[in-house]
Design a protein around this ligand. Sequence first.
Ligand code: FAD
Ligand code: NAD
Length: 551
Amino acid sequence: MGMFDTVMKRLIPAVGVVAGGSFAMITTLNDDWDDYLHIQTGSTSTPDKIVILGSGWAALNALRKCAAPNTEVVVVSPRPHFLYTPLLASSSVGTITLRSAKEPLRNLIEKAANKGGSATFVRAEARDIDYLNRKVWASTGSDGMELELSYDKLIIAVGCQPNTFGIPGVKEHGYFMKEAEDSAKLHARLLSNLEKASALSQGSGNKYNTEIDRLLKIVVVGGGPTGVELSAELADFANSDAAKIYGQEIADRIQIILIEVMPRLLMPFDASLSEVARQHLVSKGVEVRLGTAVTYVEPKDVTCQPSTPRNATKEQKSAAAANATSEEIGCLVWAAGIGARTLVKNLAQKLGQTDMRGLKVDEDLHVLGTDGIYAIGDAALSGFPPTAQVAAQQGKHVGRAIRDREDSKFIYHHTGSLCSLGSNNGIAQLLVPQGSTGIWDALGSQAIGKDGDERSLTGLPALAMWRSLYWTKLLSTSSRLSLGGDWINVFFNGRDIVEPVLKRTNSIKQPVESFGTSLQRNKTIRLVSKPQTLATDPEEVVKRKKRFWLF
Ligand SMILES: Cc1cc2nc3c(=O)[nH]c(=O)nc-3n(C[C@H](O)[C@H](O)[C@H](O)COP(=O)(O)OP(=O)(O)OC[C@H]3O[C@@H](n4cnc5c(N)ncnc54)[C@H](O)[C@@H]3O)c2cc1C
Ligand SMILES: NC(=O)c1ccc[n+]([C@@H]2O[C@H](COP(=O)([O-])OP(=O)(O)OC[C@H]3O[C@@H](n4cnc5c(N)ncnc54)[C@H](O)[C@@H]3O)[C@@H](O)[C@H]2O)c1
């Protein structure tokens, strides 16, 4: 037997064992064995009409589990892709490409449709919910189509939106870190400011020094996990790629300021880990300003003042206001928290709920005061934090309840919290199995948490855990390959500095963008207004929009 045969005889089983082991590990970690082992119930004469609002963590996990021969599912969302939010901060400085963070819905819808029932995606934004008559109204956007959807079960999984707390100028002049577009816009702005500063620095004398310093001052507001992860990525970019590409002189002038109103960063984490994060950011050159509130934002200016307690007296408030200072900045990113979407607030109000931060749900995740409506993820007030971990588990729970036609209490399994601190550091606060302390001690882990029952992990082991965990949780092999490729590429070639193209040229669109099981065959959706053909004359468009059709 030749050498080749011997190698192959050993290699093939080894590759098989590794592939099988990885598959089993990823499936177990994601709690997805029922995708393969669940025995589908037979098709009934009247499948349940399920409408899912949203295409994020909660919605797509629900879709995955509820797709079955006895369901007819329609997913409604303005976003035709799933966004893997933990990768957003690194995509805004080109550490990864947005392709790795975006999963096309088409594949997920097709997989769901293959489970024997029907599954359709409609690109539209839900505007209103009539919970008494079981109807949802959705709009396809600028082309003005209105859709009416009827349902047996409705899943509200529309997430949340950045909260500006009514602070003047934030909405108009701030950058955000919530959607893929936000990341692309910030990336474009950073690169454009660097190019401008670089061009001005070619001039003679120091005539443009003030403007160069302004362009290179980046303010991140909010020391929660989003603001901290973003500041670390910005610092890595400034210290490595910016120095290589734009020169050390420009890189040295980049200022990254992280502003947090509370006395410490990362409030959901143990104080010891917050301090590790703060020290790491400072060591990378980030200026961390704690106990400071942003109160006013202008196109090239931000105003801050010392923060005051929630129950501050008039005197305390005016003393803080008297100490307000303004400074010129090149860019401000608002990562100061999240709030409910209008659709959610409107329904909460109709239901007489008083807390407008989300929809109050019972232990099975039904919206209180409704029949057949669930709210999950960031849109729900379920007593759990607004994280992807919670949203994914709630999505699976509700999807299974619908598939099996049996509601049950949602039980959250928290495994821990992780936060990346850029290319060489991270922090983790973990719930570890009892009896495994030896391994954790060897990794330098400390007992933390209120009762000392959690474990901390910092440095490279925490970053390795962050990377491997989030890598396994990506929704497809294609995204895993793409992300792995990005990390390797950055290691050898540095970050991507191609300025994202932000403006889309006009294209002729189909009246309603949808895919999956054909719309005409789907009894859930009724199109209530559409133009006969695509008209280009604006007057004709308006005239045609007034005609109504049914199908
Ligand atoms: C930068 C960043 C990093 C994060 N990192 C982590 C992390 O590492 N770990 C973690 O656990 N959590 C993380 N989170 C939090 C996590 O992303 C959210 O908790 C999670 O996305 C919530 O899932 P969701 O399905 O409720 O909402 P989303 O994922 O936001 O999805 C909402 C969906 O609803 C759609 N939608 C919006 N309005 C409408 C409408 N009117 N009609 C129909 N559809 C609508 C949206 O287009 C979207 O598809 C991060 C968040 C951000 C912003
Ligand atoms: N790695 C992770 O696990 C990860 C990463 C990102 C987000 N998330 C989750 O997503 C959710 C949202 O996180 P986030 O970081 O976007 O928001 P957040 O609400 O967790 O943090 C926002 C921070 O901004 C501060 N702030 C508010 N107003 C301010 C002002 N005017 N001036 C200065 N500071 C101000 C708040 O005190 C708070 O610390 C959280 O549940 C978080 O756990 C998790």
